[in-house]
Design a protein around this ligand. Structure first.
Ligand code: SAM
Ligand code: SF4
Ligand code: F3S
Length: 439
């Protein structure tokens, strides 16, 4: 009987994609996937450390695995990803969790087969974390999540060093994949039947700056827009600082690139934005939103927001609320600022007390939820082109689909429609999703 593996993923889509590669390598080694941890021979935790909550959850999981390992001593437990890549954390895991067999980082996931071989040879924990990034390695095996959407990493790392953020320290410097390699991958995905590709990078707008000859993200979109079979192209995440007029034009005139702009603003106060090292002001951001809406009036705009950044005053927070009310985002991910050791903001004076952070985030969520609901209610009666992604998990009698603007639409219909683009009329709206009927 084949040996089995389970890969658990925490964090963002970049990690989801890396996990598909880990799974691909395990398949090539002859392992089969299992959803049941107690029958797994290899368990890999692909970790995140963007906020403390993520890390706490992972420490909990590492703890849970101890009992499993005592029942199944042959089990190989591996931990990789952003958390292990932090200063001294790999060592801390080795000390605190001796049941872990293998600790590696974000830069050497391609080494998984040799690392597992090293575990099998010896009795000591294998710790292999690269300090810096290596070259991009193409053509690694990959076992993708089945469905209609596929992730495609177009660049690795981040050079922005927003002062609150750990990502540049654990993901290394920006490196872009060659356009030919991305094009080949997207064509392959189309041939396999995927209808949508999501292009991934921490800051996709700086795609190609490190290539020779230099390329722009807009060039990549133009190229991918011509791939037969792919119906929709999305990307994540774009930084408001590098969003050029040309990029807006290319998106406006392309057939497949969706009219959804996820533009994390983080805060509305200019002092806070400067200390966050975001490279734009509230005014510049509002101007960008206005430019997008002038060019593509039906575009949706979503964002990420942080409250309680060190030194954030009542006035700064009022500026964030004012921005939220002025832009009227379709949706927002809201976070309480969390100290990440090794980042400049962790050392800044005037850390905001927890109760203040809590009160501010509650106020923000309340206002944003009301706006999200109002914007969704405005969709009622409209007809949207939706891509049917699958059955709804909580109500499997309904299909789950998305508009080009990335709104979730549920409707009754034949499961044969999964993978197809159909027209739906919106009949009802909530804060998080729309209900519709098939036309
Ligand atoms: N690269 C993307 C960008 O710049 O928008 C997103 C990266 S991060 C994985 C996703 C979000 O987490 C950020 O947009 C930010 O709002 C939030 N985040 C990052 N560091 C944080 C911290 N220390 N505390 C709270 N939220 C944080
Ligand atoms: Fe973090 Fe800023 Fe890079 Fe996004 S752009 S990953 S928030 S440093
Ligand atoms: Fe987390 Fe790493 Fe992504 S820190 S959010 S998994 S890049």
């Amino acid at each position: 009987m084949a040996q089995k593996y389970n890969v658990m993923t925490f964090g963002c889509q970049m990690n989801e994609r890396d996990s598909e590669i880990l799974a691909g390598m395990l398949h090539e080694m002859g392992y089969e996937k299992t959803a049941h941890l107690d029958e797994a021979d290899v368990v890999i935790l692909n970790t995140c450390c963007v906020r403390e909550t993520a890390e706490n959850k992972i420490w909990g999981r590492i703890g849970d695995l101890k009992a499993l390992k005592s029942k199944n001593p042959g089990m190989i437990i591996g931990i990789c990803g952003c958390m292990t890549q932090q200063h001294e954390v790999g060592e801390k895991i080795r000390r605190r969790a001796p049941h872990v067999d293998l600790i590696f980082g974000t830069h050497n996931i391609h080494q998984l087969p040799e690392l597992i071989a090293r575990v099998k040879e010896g009795r000591k924990t294998v710790v292999d974390i690269w300090e810096t990034e290596g070259d991009i390695i193409e053509n690694l095996p990959s076992k993708r999540v089945e469905g209609v959407k596929a992730y495609v990493t177009i660049m690795y790392g981040c050079n922005n060093f927003c002062t609150y953020c750990i990502v540049p320290y654990v993901r290394g410097r920006e490196r872009s994949r060659k356009m030919e390699d991305i094009g080949r991958e997207v064509k392959q995905l189309a041939a396999e039947g995927y209808k949508e590709v999501m292009l991934l990078g921490q800051n996709v707008n700086s795609y190609g700056k490190d290539l020779t000859p230099q390329m722009e993200f807009a060039d990549l979109l133009l190229e991918l827009d011509t791939v037969e079979g792919v119906e929709r192209i999305r990307y994540m995440t774009s930084h408001p600082r590098d969003f050029t007029d040309r990029l807006i034009d290319v998106i406006a005139s392309s057939r497949k690139v969706c009219e959804h702009f996820h533009l994390p603003v983080q805060a509305g106060g200019n002092n806070v934005l400067r200390r966050m090292n975001r490279g734009y002001t509230k005014e510049i951001y509002l101007e960008l939103v206005q430019k997008i809406r002038a060019r593509i009036p039906h575009a949706s705009i979503t964002t990420d927001l942080i409250v309680g950044f060190p030194g954030e005053t009542e006035e700064d927070f009022a500026d964030t609320m004012d921005l939220v009310r002025r832009v009227r985002f379709d949706a927002a991910f809201t976070f309480v600022y969390n100290k990440r050791s090794g980042t400049p903001a962790a050392e800044m004076p005037d850390q905001v007390p927890d109760q203040v952070k809590k009160a501010r985030i509650q106020e923000l969520i309340e206002v944003q939820n009301a706006i999200s609901l109002e914007k969704n209610l405005a969709e009622v009666g409209k007809v949207h082109e939706v891509l049917v992604e699958g059955l709804n998990k909580s109500d499997p009698t309904k299909l789950e689909s998305r508009t080009r603007t990335n709104k979730l639409v549920l409707f009754k219909g034949d499961r044969k429609l999964i993978g197809r683009i159909v027209k739906a009329e919106i009949t009802e709206a909530g804060t998080w999703h729309l209900d519709g009927k098939l036309l």
